[in-house]
Write a protein that binds this ligand. Sequence first.
Ligand SMILES: Cc1cc2nc3c(=O)[nH]c(=O)nc-3n(C[C@H](O)[C@H](O)[C@H](O)COP(=O)(O)O)c2cc1C
Length: 167
Amino acid sequence: MKTTIIYYSFSGNTRRLAKFLEDRLSRADLAVTINELKLVKETRSFFQQGSQAMARARSALINPPLDLSAYDLLIFAGPVWAFTICPALRTFIGLAVGLEGKKSASLVTCGSEAPMFSGGGLKDLQTILEQRGVNVVFSRAVAGIRCADEKYLEEKLRDLLSPLPNG
Ligand SMILES: Cc1cc2nc3c(=O)[nH]c(=O)nc-3n(C[C@H](O)[C@H](O)[C@H](O)COP(=O)(O)O)c2cc1C
């Protein structure tokens, strides 16, 4: 099963999550590629980040790997910003090709796993994937602060990882 992990991370939490997944999928002998989305212009302002997310803005990306037709499983991950998904991931999903009919896992990292803080981001990510014809088979909100805790991640992602060989 050819798998790709596409993620955006501003402060490193989602990057740790993505690298954990890459490691576990590789151990299961899956062919996995990992791609971090990078913005042409990245603001460090919390206020601007939040307002761009709230406005459902698109942000220009540096050479995103847009053609996903070669993959069987697509894993998307990004931080919740202002109760929705970050602009980088929203932009990428809007532009990507070869998504239709693909299985996907949708993951968000968040400040709080409480649905009132992270649920909107998770729901929006799932919705924009489904609008592109993706079959979301797994979705989870993961506490950003715990993305270095392997035991926590194993527990959170168990339903995704346990069906894998060596899972
Ligand atoms: C602009 C901004 C808005 C945020 N809004 C939310 C939010 O609405 N709900 C939440 O649970 N966490 C929120 N957070 C926290 C991040 O989702 C969390 O720290 C995440 O793990 C960061 O991922 P990263 O380190 O990969 O960038 C926000 C963080 C930023 C910078």
